[in-house]
Unconditional design. Structure first.
Length: 255
């Protein structure tokens, strides 16, 4: 059953990955556009190119995994691949708070922190089946956001960093609880399917046993021919059927 649950987790993450990748790319593009309007920088363009390239690699890998049905064949390997991709993406996003365009003003910096909190929340919502995937994605950038806020030395930013840390703890806790609920519900479903299969198999065995008992009761075990019980049953049926129709019946006995 454990393998079935891991397979369901891998398949669930794969189904939600495509939307997450395109949302990730779109949010990165809009963030870069807004930062560019405030302060054009080659650095943010290179950052976006890196994020988009990694997302396309993750998309291609997800399609390859789906084509080979790796989630069913080797769910543990599938989850490791998905977690690694999420971690790499999180590390790229962890650079965002330290980009030149993000650091040149408090407003730009606050905007980047807000975006990071938003995409991390979305990642937790999207990946309910396996907590390690959103945690691998969120942890690097949340820690980076906290570090960047603390390094400013501003008391306000330090308080905000504490808020971000609290949000991070709540996300991890929520993600763990969601995974536990998924495992519990899917485990119950697998048990129900297994029980239904066992009952079906038992019914099939009972029917086969009944057929065998009927054969033993009406046939000679040595020759396989019908015995006296079969003869009596057959004769009774013939007499009743022809009696209703008013037809005569002849019985020939050879000794």
């Amino acid at each position: 059953m454990a393998s079935g649950i891991r397979s369901a987790q891998a398949q669930h993450v794969l189904r939600s990955l495509v939307l997450s990748i395109w949302a990730n790319s779109f949010v990165a593009l809009t963030m870069v556009a807004i930062l560019w309007m405030q302060r054009p920088s080659r650095q943010i363009v290179l950052w976006f190119c890196a994020v988009f390239t990694l997302n396309m690699i993750r998309y291609a890998v997800a399609n390859a995994v789906r084509a080979k049905d790796l989630a069913s064949l080797d769910p543990d390997l599938t989850l490791r691949i998905l977690i690694a991709g999420a971690a790499l993406s999180g590390c790229l996003w962890a650079v965002a708070p330290f980009l030149d365009s993000a650091l040149h003003s408090d407003a730009a910096h606050a905007y980047v922190i807000f975006i990071i909190a938003a995409i991390c929340s979305g990642a937790v919502i999207q990946s309910l089946a396996c907590s390690n995937v959103p945690i691998a994605f969120c942890a690097p950038q949340m820690l980076s956001a906290i570090t960047s806020l603390v390094l400013t030395g501003s008391m306000v930013n330090i308080v905000v960093a504490l808020d971000v840390a609290l949000l991070m703890v709540m996300m991890v806790r929520s993600s763990r609880h969601s995974e536990a609920s998924f495992i519990e519900s899917h485990g119950a479903r697998l048990q129900a399917v297994s029980l239904a299969g066992s009952l079906s198999a038992a019914n099939a065995e009972i029917r086969a046993s009944n057929v065998q008992l009927e054969i033993l009761a009406t046939h000679d075990p040595l020759t396989g021919l019908g015995n006296r019980a079969a003869f009596n049953t057959g004769l009774t049926e013939i007499l009743e059927r022809n009696g209703k129709l008013g037809r005569p019946v002849a019985l020939l006995v050879i000794d």
